[in-house]
Write a protein that binds this ligand. Structure first.
Ligand SMILES: NC(=O)c1ccc[n+]([C@@H]2O[C@H](COP(=O)([O-])OP(=O)(O)OC[C@H]3O[C@@H](n4cnc5c(N)ncnc54)[C@H](OP(=O)(O)O)[C@@H]3O)[C@@H](O)[C@H]2O)c1
Length: 347
């Protein structure tokens, strides 16, 4: 059997596929966020993480998401052998522009300078040990550099064969429109979940209008929506990034945990988990807004990638959607301690 001929095990259903925007690649309808395999969420079992990559592929996951900032290049290096073994099946996404201080992840820099971007792409290609990146995102916007200039450089990378498709993370609707005028954008990657719905105001409708796909990051609310933890400061390890996020700490954590009651209730009705309901909700937004939506839940565990991909088969009813509707507006605390780094901070 070659690496392109994969047969699911008995009783399994491979996930369906979708075109990632009118100019994008065809991918499994759910991707895999790989960040936690080397960064942000505490200690990792590298063997289990590698097995998770393989298991995801067996289940039809093809979009694998990393960034040069995750562990200062370590996450890209970690993915390299997996990508090499399955290059024809994997749609590889990485990002540039964000610098994160490894000793203090709250300290961040953003750089969209053309010369810096040209350096970043070559470093990512080298760490990932590939000839080209399938989807290259601007991770964060540096307002000092016109978006047209940044996307112009990204377009040069496409022309040079170093990149196949372009993406943008945490951009406003106006920035997306300006970018699309320079070069087709396949996908916008932004936070979107039952707890984080600010992009529905203008980014999502604009993406739908322009034929751009949405790739929701943190669709499980960084794990909070699964019920895996309540208080980041009491339950998570000292270097876990979630301890810096206002909505998971202090009094906010308990207030927000109480908002999960309808999620649990709906999960019970489906014989599902709360995390599966959260993922089914994100996927349902494709229908609501009329655009491709490919969420990238992050996990380092085989059992969880099985659980998460199984959520693609759950259909929520209109009554259930109505029960979930008020949750986001009741969440206490921002997504990040510093919201100026997000699209909402520039709207
Ligand atoms: N563009 C950006 O600025 C940006 C920002 C953040 C993230 N991202 C990307 O988006 C991806 C996903 O976001 P995320 O990882 O921040 O958040 P997420 O997908 O909402 O949640 C990930 C967390 O949930 C846990 N988890 C996953 N499946 C679970 C399940 N079935 N049951 C219980 N817990 C479960 C994971 O733990 P285990 O790993 O231990 O399973 C991890 O702690 C990242 O990997 C990264 O590639 C992009």
């Amino acid at each position: 059997m070659t690496s392109t001929e994969r047969t699911p095990q008995a009783g399994e259903q491979r996930i369906s596929t979708v075109e990632l925007g009118s100019n994008g690649p065809v991918v499994g309808i759910q991707g895999l966020g790989c960040m936690g395999m080397s960064f942000a969420y505490g200690p990792t079992d590298a063997d289990e993480a590698r097995a998770t990559l393989e298991r995801a592929l067996e289940l039809g996951v093809t979009l694998y998401d990393t960034a040069d900032a995750y562990g200062s290049g370590e996450n890209e290096k970690f993915l390299a052998p997996f990508v090499k073994a399955h290059r024809d099946e994997v749609v590889l996404a990485t990002k540039f522009a964000l610098g994160i201080d490894p000793s203090d992840p709250t300290k961040r820099t953003i750089n969209n300078d053309p010369a810096y971007i040209r350096t970043c792409i070559d470093a990512s290609l080298q760490r990932l040990d590939v000839d080209s990146i399938d989807l290259y995102y601007m991770h964060r916007r540096d307002p000092k550099v016109p978006i047209e200039e940044t996307v112009g450089v990204m377009a040069e990378l496409v022309a040079a064969g170093k990149v196949k498709h372009l993406g943008l993370s945490e951009v406003t609707a106006d920035e997306l429109r300006a970018a699309q005028a320079v070069h087709p954008i396949a996908a916008v990657q932004s936070e979107w979940s039952l707890f984080s719905r600010d992009i529905e105001q203008s980014v999502v409708p604009t993406a739908a209008e322009l034929g751009v796909a949405l790739v929701p990051y943190s669709p499980l609310g960084r794990g909070f929506l699964t019920g895996a933890f309540v208080s980041a400061d009491k339950e998570l390890s000292a270097n876990d990034f979630r301890r810096q996020q206002p909505r998971f700490t202090g009094d906010n954590a308990a207030v927000n945990a109480a908002l999960l009651a309808p999620v649990r209730q709906i999960a019970e009705a489906h014989g599902a988990t709360p995390g599966q309901v959260a993922l089914a909700w994100v996927q349902r937004q494709a229908q609501t807004f009329g655009l491709p939506v490919v969420a990238i839940p992050g996990t380092r565990k085989r059992s969880r990638v099985e659980e998460n991909t199984a959520a693609t088969h759950i259909a929520l009813t209109d009554e259930e959607l109505a029960l979930l509707e008020p949750i986001a507006s009741q969440v206490s605390g921002d997504r990040y301690a510093d919201m100026t780094f997000t699209s909402a901070g520039r709207e």
